[in-house]
Design a protein around this ligand. Structure first.
Ligand SMILES: Cc1ncc(COP(=O)(O)O)c(C=O)c1O
Length: 399
């Protein structure tokens, strides 16, 4: 595979062997837990390969992993049974009791929970720092710090983190940087090019793209990936081959989906920004975004995710989300169907109200995942739903 091919080409052809002839064009699903050998010498030879036992590896998974490595520009990649599994397995591969982690304050709720309540049981402490206050990152580093974990753009506040700056701080102190890049996708940003060591994704979202599979992704240098692979084998988080095939199929259209989602989300953000019932819109490529210049430097598109705060109460936000017809009320994101959710009730419900307030996640915040429907229809849907909210008399609004 020519490394100079563009992402659109890599997404479709990345993991496949272009020289292959007389074989199936679509990658077969190796729906098998184990692989037969002719003798014990061969058994020993296949042990480190993807044709030994499917918890270790599987040929269908290998094709997806190669495609993802191509897209991220990394030496290697791994797939997992969920995004959380990718993140927890990767961190567990890199820390031991007595180690310390620095993480930005607004990372995905499940990761916050893992860092703040699970890792301490194993003797690993985390210091949370303000996401865009870089002096805090450096101040938080201790002699036993092993890694910095970041996420950009953030869920659901859409803050943009300066990858080069964080990677620079980490390198100065001999630390590894892990980044959850779920919202960005490799179509919009390639963290490796900014010095990040390990790129993580909930593959459930944009990568798979059809809201029909739960999976995770890690991409990075070969040594790092080998260490994480060994941990994945022990913890048992490899992906099922049928799910890997669904992921591969989804990735073939990643570039076209994301390009359209970029355009439609910007159109929706611009519409919401001028609407009198909307107090604030969070989207990286809106001119008023606090990290607009950084987003332009780091990202080729703003992505399909945005959030906004209604001019009103949490109940107004609830009414709005229930009045929408095209935006389906559901957690998750990144699929072809547009979704809406109130983060305080879903992705961030497990976080204390105080921590949520520090992150800027208000009760009035509504998060949109823009799908591939017509942008005009999506804007019209928001317009009619905002009208319903406006129709509710102020005196009858619950607080
Ligand atoms: C940014 C981000 N990271 C990680 C995860 C966890 O991924 P999964 O649900 O695939 O385990 C999510 C899930 O919503 C997410 O939004």
């Amino acid at each position: 595979m020519n490394p100079d091919y563009r992402p659109e080409t890599k997404a479709v052809r990345g993991g496949a062997d272009l020289e292959k002839k007389n074989g199936p064009l679509a990658t077969p699903i190796y729906q098998t837990s184990t692989f037969e050998v002719t003798d014990n010498d061969q058994q020993l030879r296949v042990t480190p390969t993807d044709m030994f036992y499917s918890r270790y590896g599987n040929p269908t998974n290998t094709v997806v992993e190669k495609t993802i490595a191509q897209l991220e520009g990394t030496e290697a990649a791994l797939v997992f049974s969920s995004g959380m599994n990718a993140i927890t397995t990767s961190i567990l591969a890199l820390v031991k009791s007595g180690d310390h982690i620095v993480a930005q304050r607004d990372v995905y709720g499940g990761v916050t929970k893992f860092l703040s309540t699970w890792l301490p049981r194993l003797g690993v402490e985390t210091t949370f720092v303000d996401t865009t206050e870089y002096t805090q990152y450096e101040q938080a580093i201790r002699p036993n710090t092993k890694l910095i974990h970041i996420e950009s753009p953030t869920n659901p506040t859409l803050r943009v983190v300066d990858m080069e700056r964080v990677a620079g701080i980490a390198k100065k102190h001999g630390l590894r940087t892990l980044m959850d890049a779920t919202f960005g996708t490799p179509i919009n940003q390639r963290p490796i090019e900014f010095g990040i060591d390990l790129v993580l994704h909930s593959g459930t979202k944009f990568f798979a793209g059809h809201s029909d599979v739960i999976c995770g992704v890690a991409a990075g240098g070969k040594d790092l990936i080998d260490a994480i692979r060994s941990t994945r084998t022990t913890l048992g988080g490899n992906m099922d081959p049928h799910a890997a095939w669904l992921l591969l199929r989804g990735i073939k259209t990643l570039a076209v989906r994301v390009q359209r989602q970029n355009e439609s989300a910007l159109r929706v953000a611009e519409f919401l920004e001028q609407h009198p019932k909307v107090a604030r819109v969070h989207y990286p490529l809106l001119a008023g975004h606090p990290q607009y210049d950084l987003a332009q430097r780091q990202m080729k598109g703003g992505g399909g995710m945005l959030s906004f705060e209604v001019q009103g109460t949490g109940d107004d936000a609830r009414r709005l989300t229930e009045a929408l017809r095209l935006f389906t009320l559901a957690p998750s994101l990144g699929g072809v169907e547009s979704l809406v959710t109130i983060p305080a009730l879903t992705s961030h419900a497990m976080i204390s109200p105080e921590h949520r307030a520090q992150m800027g996640v208000t009760d009035q915040m509504v998060r949109l995942s823009v799908g591939v429907e017509s942008a005009e229809d999506l804007v019209a849907d928001l317009e009619q739903a905002l009208r319903v909210v406006e129709a509710v008399p102020v005196s009858s609004r619950a607080r």
